[in-house]
Design a protein. Structure first.
Length: 161
């Protein structure tokens, strides 16, 4: 009875959800390209995507020479917009928007297995009276965007594009 209940619970073996990943066990995530004007964004996104795949343990993260597939990313745009003002018309809160182009390719053939253009996400952050605090909050928001996008991408790749 327990075996029957467990078989219908929705769990799957890692790497089995997406038939295109048959025989694929390793992934490389080279440094993201940064086409935006946001200095350092490439480091944040590369680290977040690598960390997500390492934590999921569905594909082993390795260097390019040892990888079955390569996930390439380009940060196309990072922009901010003011979303609230105080009574003196000073910005109180910003929303940071990020747009990425991503492609998963087989290392040996160059075949594109998965591709997303202008993959987007945004996050809000508060403006402080101290510019250093505001910049720190902006970085935290950018890191949250990177982490959220990395999770969505990892799930999309593993679960079947």
């Amino acid at each position: 009875m327990i075996v029957l209940a467990a078989s219908g619970c929705g769990y799957h073996l890692a790497g089995r959800d997406n038939p295109l990943l048959t025989g694929i066990n390793t992934i490389a995530i080279p440094y993201f390209k940064n086409d935006s004007f946001e200095a350092g964004a490439e480091a944040i996104f590369t680290r977040s995507f690598s960390d997500e795949f390492i934590q999921s343990k569905r594909l082993q993260v390795v260097n390019i020479d040892a990888a079955d597939v390569i996930l390439r990313g380009t940060i196309k745009n990072v922009r901010e917009e003011i979303i609230s003002y105080n009574k003196n018309d000073k910005a109180m809160e910003y929303r940071i928007h990020v747009s990425l182009d991503l492609a998963l390719e087989k290392r040996d053939t160059g075949e594109i297995l998965w591709k997303r253009k202008r993959f987007r996400h945004s996050e809000e952050y508060q403006v402080a009276t101290d510019i250093m605090v505001t910049e720190s909050d902006k970085r935290v928001a950018l890191e949250k965007v990177a982490k959220d996008l990395a999770k969505r991408v990892e799930e999309s790749i593993i679960q079947g594009f």
